[in-house]
Design a protein around this ligand. Structure first.
Ligand SMILES: NC(=O)c1ccc[n+]([C@@H]2O[C@H](COP(=O)([O-])OP(=O)(O)OC[C@H]3O[C@@H](n4cnc5c(N)ncnc54)[C@H](OP(=O)(O)O)[C@@H]3O)[C@@H](O)[C@H]2O)c1
Length: 228
């Protein structure tokens, strides 16, 4: 059985990931910024510990690490993310720079902050996996000229994790980023291609297949690789 840390665990893809891991008997440390309002998360059956975490806040992330002490973490899933400013305010013509900074804080920097805060916990596992949910919109190989702040935040995240894989792979920690598909969540909207459950099932299967040979990969939710 594994110990799995998931951020943004109270709704969307994160909540479905919690359900799957808890359902198969793993221990889930489910991070969300407002546990009191996380009613769906509180109802998930299994071993689920709900931990208050605002991923872009240094003190909050430090408190998360403190609460874990020397506990081994087998899988860290950086899932929390935001779309950023309104579409018209993150374009070539106009940019809400404060909103862009917030988008970077949550999508690009928070996964790194959490990775560093929980590094000792990952190192305490004999088979550690550091997974970050990215987006195809952060791929340089894909021309999708919209949501510029969001796209740039995921591109920065991808680059960091691709480099981190080179270093952490030497210690046996698999580092990857996964595009979850276009998913019917608050972020993806009702018209999206797949349900959060389908996305989460694919993501978990992909994580199950991580090993030393495929370290540093950019995956799609269905287990195919994605071009950087
Ligand atoms: N849905 C899609 O089609 C799609 C496509 C590509 C990539 N993604 C990526 O998939 C991940 C999950 O997206 P989703 O569709 O499940 O989105 P969602 O339904 O909007 O859920 C986002 C989650 O992130 C949490 N979050 C946001 N900012 C946070 C912060 N500062 N601190 C802590 N938690 C925070 C939210 O918590 P609150 O409830 O407190 O706001 C919520 O739990 C994101 O990284 C997103 O970029 C989604």
């Amino acid at each position: 059985m594994s110990t799995v840390v998931i951020t943004g665990a109270n709704r969307g893809i994160g909540l479905e990931l919690v359900k799957i891991y808890a359902g198969r008997g793993d221990t889930v440390l489910a991070c969300c910024r407002n546990p009191g309002a996380a009613t769906d998360l509180a109802e998930v059956a299994g071993t689920v510990e709900i931990l208050e975490t605002e991923v872009s806040d240094a003190k909050s992330v430090a408190a998360l690490a403190e609460s874990l002490q020397s506990r081994a973490v087998d899988i860290l899933i950086n899932n929390a993310g935001i779309m950023g400013p309104a579409p018209a305010k993150q374009s070539v013509q106009e940019m809400d720079f404060e909103g862009w900074a917030e988008t970077f804080a949550v999508n690009s920097m928070a996964p790194v902050r959490i990775m560093q805060a929980l590094m000792a916990n990952l190192r305490a596992s004999s088979d550690a996996k550091l997974v970050t949910i990215t987006s195809q919109m952060g791929a340089l190989s894909l021309d999708m000229p919209m949501a510029y702040a969001y796209c740039a935040s995921k591109a920065a995240l991808n680059k960091f994790m691709k480099m981190a894989a080179l270093e952490l792979g030497k210690e046996g920690i698999n580092v990857c980023v996964i595009h979850p598909g276009w998913v019917q969540t608050d972020m993806g909207g009702a018209a999206a291609d797949i349900t959060p459950q389908q996305s989460a099932e694919g993501i978990v299967k992909t994580i199950d297949g991580l090993n030393a040979d495929n370290n540093g990969s950019f995956w799609k939710w269905d287990g195919e690789t994605h071009d950087w």
